[in-house]
Design a protein around this ligand. Structure first.
Ligand SMILES: [Zn+2]
Length: 405
């Protein structure tokens, strides 16, 4: 009797579960970015539970489906500056939602060289945002760019010289504590005193090291790579305008296969020839696209005051008018997908790999960056208009978070 009762209860639960499961499952149709075939993806509980091929001809107005874009270098968006004095969780929410609209489902808020207390405060706020049930899932880590970079003009780019210093592991640990261990990527200069043991410490603690804003020699760079540095931050930028043709930081980073560079392929930070050459050397497996967008991205062009200086936002880039250097980009990473296709003639598959699959792999975000059974349903639906990505829908964990229509 007891047994029978239990089986009936078990059956009841099973049926209920099955119903709940089927209710939870829904489909998203589109042209698969990687092979141009029509597919219907089944989404269950925020994950891709099935991929069905559809017998449809792809027509002219193809609605592509691809994994959401992943941007590991973005300084802010829509007026919200991740390094600014007024950062709040609400500001990060505004930026995150605007990024969803631009097809970015995952990003590393990037905090640049500033006063130590500011860095600490902002990382604590970012760590709070990471726990937020609505936006936290889009922020699996943070990027610290500086303050351990070259103080030399040109190489330091838009970073303020007065806050630049040599690597200090104890100080960094304090930042990492404030960030609740959220700093997953650090950009530093390998030629600074103490850089090599600092890199070893980072690697031992699961932090990816990128070389950037530096004037390292071939020996400095090799030592840093031997110590575990894996990336070169925005290769070709964060560099003086005039460099020695034989001995400069570009060649050793291009020549070593252990380095994956990030590129700001926004059409302004690098020439077409630079993008083509870097891409020919590194290929689609060893290139990561980043936006390096400043908080001004998304705002109307004009002069803006940020902290201690004036920035000029043109429709395409942000400049420091006084120093006449680029301060950062004004386009989201989706623009870089179009530009790299245009410049290198690479396929959409390759471009998405560089803007989603590769960063996911680099940071062991194993359920992201691909369309596959069991992967998180972070997806974008978009059209390509003259190689420009136009986002129509964005899903995060299977939830529709943006729709153009
Ligand atoms: Zn930079």
């Amino acid at each position: 009797m007891i047994l029978k009762c239990t089986s009936i209860i078990a059956l009841f639960f099973f049926c209920n579960m099955a119903t709940a499961q089927s209710n939870d499952t829904y489909g998203i149709e589109g042209v698969l970015y990687s092979d141009e075939g029509w597919v219907s993806l089944s989404i269950t509980n925020g994950k891709i539970s099935g991929i069905d091929r559809l017998d449809k001809e792809a027509n002219l107005s193809k609605m592509y489906i691809a994994p959401g874009l992943i941007d590991v270098q973005i300084n802010g968006y829509m007026g919200v500056d991740f390094s600014g004095p007024d950062l709040t969780v609400e500001g990060i929410r505004k930026a995150t939602k605007a990024l969803w609209k631009a097809g970015v489902t995952t990003y590393f808020p990037t905090v640049i060289t500033s006063d130590f207390n500011r860095l600490k405060k902002n990382f604590a706020i970012l760590a709070q945002a990471q726990k937020d049930p609505e936006i936290g899932k889009s922020i699996p880590g943070f990027h610290l760019e500086g303050p351990y970079i070259s103080p030399l003009p040109g190489f330091r780019g838009a970073h303020l010289e007065k806050y630049i210093k040599n690597p200090d592991w104890e100080e960094f640990k304090e930042l990492q504590r404030a960030a609740n261990n959220g700093i997953k990527l650090i950009t530093l200069a390998p030629e600074l005193d103490g850089a090599i043991p600092f890199i070893r410490n980072c690697v031992a603690n699961g932090i990816t090291v990128a070389l950037g804003h530096h004037n390292g020699s071939a020996e400095d760079i090799e030592r840093a790579i031997d110590a575990g540095a894996k990336m070169a931050t925005h290769l070709g930028n964060g560099c003086a305008n005039e460099i020695n043709r034989h001995h400069n930081p570009l060649w050793p980073q291009l020549a070593d296969d252990r380095i994956t560079p990030s590129l700001i392929a926004d059409g302004f930070h690098l020439t077409k020839e630079e993008v083509r050459s870097f891409y020919k050397v590194k290929g689609p497996d060893k290139t990561i696209l980043v936006s390096d967008a400043l908080d001004l991205a998304g705002l109307p062009p004009g002069e803006y005051t940020r902290g201690e200086r004036t920035l000029l936002l043109t429709p395409n880039v942000v400049k420091l008018p006084k120093e006449n250097v680029l301060a950062g980009a004004a386009s989201p990473i989706s623009a870089c997908v179009g530009v790299i296709m245009d410049y290198t003639q690479c396929t959409l598959k390759d471009a998405i790999q560089m803007a989603s699959t590769n960063p996911a792999k680099m940071f062991s975000l194993n359920d992201l960056g691909e369309i596959g059974q069991g992967k998180k349903a972070d997806l974008i639906l978009f059209k390509l208009e003259d190689n420009k990505v136009v986002i129509h829908k964005t899903f995060v964990s299977g939830q529709l978070v943006y729709s153009k229509e």
